[in-house]
Design a protein around this ligand. Structure first.
Ligand code: CO
Length: 455
């Protein structure tokens, strides 16, 4: 049989600890193993994204741009991958094209070599600017477009194939099936990968979470169907709400046509280190660190990264007993708002709305602005148009409904406007990086600048 080695993208530096340890891993806990990770032979090391950026500023007192510089200094061979939310960048709003382009350029300058770009609603309009800018970066990063995977009456393997074709036409170098909640079942994955391979020429990568227990089986069927790259996490941070285990996958495909060529033995000291890091994180931040398999995620569809935070939040508010009510309310709210895939920011928006509905004991008694924005099209087109009766019932008038999202984005602040705003707050000559941090997370960035003596 023809050899077709499958490649592995390692998520230990981003998604793995985001999913199991609330994104709390520090750069100091990564550095001791970066050289070893660089020598493994991974396709890429995912290391940067929205939650890592946010957590650096908010909890860890780390400058996310400096983290990227440190990673770049140690990773000489393996591309650094970041996860970018299209027109949302790493924040929760939509940004002006000017800010999107500036951010992508800076990230590339600081060492991002794989841009994985997605939009929560799979609305191509929201991907256009960031993909275009990433393709123009002088460092020539790899640009990957995402199919944000979900299950609904409005999503089929065929609709995902159509989206993949568009991403290829836009110039993407590869396509990622981003299954953030672990909803992709093994035989569905086989069918989807076969259809994608028949429809597009660029490589296909698969990213799943183990939440529902399908992970390893899904990867096996996808690999047999021709998927080119799979996302895995080293053993201490694998499975549960994280990715399938790197070591397991290496051994699964060893001595088969799909042999990764990677050595499980070489990973033993690296995993030993990260097992210690995990124990430290669980202790320091009072985390649970593991999650039971939950096939019912097929109904509530909360992504791995969010589930760990949600459990902590409910615990803090003494509302642990409402957990199941909340999970039951999620799919109802999602249907009301046009079946968006649940991933940041739509997952947070739907999650918050569902939480309010459960806490108030009455549905839509209190409706947050972000939920109204999602319903009226401020984040792009929802897979199914939201019913007008529903829009009216939560206080949205016909003239509030947004048809052309790019016109709305143009009204947002430019980089120069954010710079002026920061100057007015008392930070006179900020670096471009600090202006961008401020644009994304205004309040916590300011607190961070003050703590660091920059303003
Ligand atoms: Co993920």
């Amino acid at each position: 049989m023809e050899k077709k080695p499958v490649k592995i993208t390692e998520t230990i530096l981003r998604d793995a600890h985001q999913s199991l340890c609330a994104t709390r891993m520090r750069i100091a806990q990564m550095v001791p193993q970066l050289e070893a990770l660089d020598n493994v032979g991974y396709n890429a090391l995912e290391a940067w994204g929205g939650a890592t950026f946010d957590t650096c500023l908010r909890f860890l007192g780390e400058d996310p741009w400096e983290r990227l510089d440190t990673l770049k200094a140690h990773l000489k061979k393996t591309p650094i991958q970041m996860l970018l939310r299209g027109q949302n960048l790493l924040g929760y709003n939509h940004y002006n094209d000017d800010v999107v382009r500036a951010f992508v350029r800076k990230a590339s300058e600081h060492g991002v070599r794989v841009f994985r770009i997605f939009d929560a609603l799979n609305d191509i309009t929201n991907l256009t600017t960031s993909i275009d800018e990433a393709l123009k970066c002088k460092e020539h990063p790899h640009v990957q477009g995402c199919l944000v995977y979900t299950v609904s009456p409005f999503h089929t393997n065929e609709t995902f194939v159509e989206l993949a074709k568009k991403l290829e036409e836009m110039g993407c170098h590869s396509v990622c099936i981003k299954d953030m909640s672990g909803l992709l079942k093994p035989y569905v994955a086989e069918d989807l990968v076969k259809k994608l391979k028949a429809a597009v020429k660029i490589p296909i990568e698969l990213h799943t979470h183990y939440t529902s227990g399908f992970g390893s089986m899904t990867y096996m069927k996808a690999v047999e169907a021709g998927v080119d790259i799979i996302d895995c996490a080293l053993a201490p941070f694998a499975n549960d709400t994280s990715q399938p285990c790197t070591e397991t996958m290496i051994e699964t495909f060893a001595d088969t046509p799909y042999d990764t060529g990677l050595s499980r033995k070489a990973l033993i000291p690296i995993s030993k280190h990260f097992a210690e890091v995990k124990a430290e994180l669980i202790k320091e931040f009072n985390l649970k660190g593991y999650f039971d398999v939950n096939p019912n995620v097929l109904d509530f569809q909360i992504p791995g990264g969010m589930l760990s935070n949600l459990v902590n939040q409910l615990k803090e508010q003494g509302m642990e007993d409402k957990y199941q009510d909340l999970l039951d309310e999620m799919p109802r709210v999602r249907a009301d708002v046009g079946y968006p895939p649940l991933v940041t920011p739509s997952s947070q928006i739907v999650g918050t709305m569902a939480t309010f509905n459960v806490m108030m004991g009455q549905r839509y008694k209190m409706v947050p602005k972000e939920f109204k924005d999602l319903a009226r099209g401020k984040f792009g087109h929802t897979p199914k148009a939201v019913e007008h009766d529903f829009l009216h019932s939560i206080g949205i008038k016909d003239e509030d409904i947004i048809v052309d999202i790019s016109k709305e984005d143009a009204k947002e602040n430019t980089v120069a406007q954010f710079r002026d705003e920061l100057a007015k707050e008392g930070y006179a000559n900020p670096t471009d990086e600090d202006v961008l941090s401020f644009a994304l997370f205004p309040e916590i960035a300011k607190e961070f600048f003050v703590a660091k003596g920059r303003m």
